[in-house]
Write a protein that binds this ligand. Structure first.
Ligand SMILES: Nc1ncnc2c1ncn2[C@@H]1O[C@H](COP(=O)(O)OP(=O)(O)O)[C@@H](O)[C@H]1O
Ligand SMILES: [Mg+2]
Length: 152
């Protein structure tokens, strides 16, 4: 039923808690996991801001920072991949840039997954909201794809 699932992570303890449930899904027949991390445009823009003071080529400075941020995320995803592979899963990883909820739902459709797994919360420290904003928007737009939100 859940042969192929998508797991979205912002690398917080909430999403890493959700990873434990992705591993458990093996018992429900899950064989393949698509793991995605989305870098927000605003995050990248804030990081490249210092480039205006760069004595070198500003564009080059921006490219270098972007590449570094993407490759750091890729490294973190690789360790998630290894963890899942240890449990016998087939794994694909994606780092995308844009609006997290949009990219998560878009990728879930492109990959034809039958379940999306997320933590209930993420980086914002307001724990008394029922669920975080990315979680809410994924649930809102996932339409016919079920979403598993793990509270941690
Ligand atoms: N940038 C992101 N890339 C991939 N997954 C994300 C991203 N941001 C949030 N998520 C997923 O959504 C869950 C809920 O996070 P979020 O809704 O952003 O909460 P908050 O509003 O507290 O930051 C996270 O545990 C993670 O699974
Ligand atoms: Mg967030």
């Amino acid at each position: 039923m859940f042969r192929k699932v998508l797991f979205a992570t912002d690398f917080t303890r909430y999403s890493m808690n959700a990873l434990r449930y992705v591993i458990k899904l093996k018992e429900a027949g899950t064989e393949e996991v698509v793991v995605i991390h989305v870098i927000e445009n605003a995050t990248l823009e804030a990081m490249v801001e210092s480039c205006i003071w760069s004595k070198e080529d500003v564009q080059k400075c921006e490219e270098e920072i972007k590449e570094k941020v993407i490759s750091e995320a890729q490294d973190k995803l690789k360790s998630v991949k290894e963890e899942l592979e240890k449990h016998g899963m087939k794994v694909k990883i994606f780092v995308k840039v844009g609006k997290p909820a949009v990219k998560i739902v878009e990728t879930a459709r492109e990959e034809g997954v039958s379940l999306i797994v997320l933590g209930s919360h993420g980086k914002s420290r307001i724990e008394d909201v029922l669920i975080g904003s990315v979680a809410e928007n994924v649930v809102r737009h996932a339409a016919n794809i079920p979403v598993l939100l793990v509270r941690g």
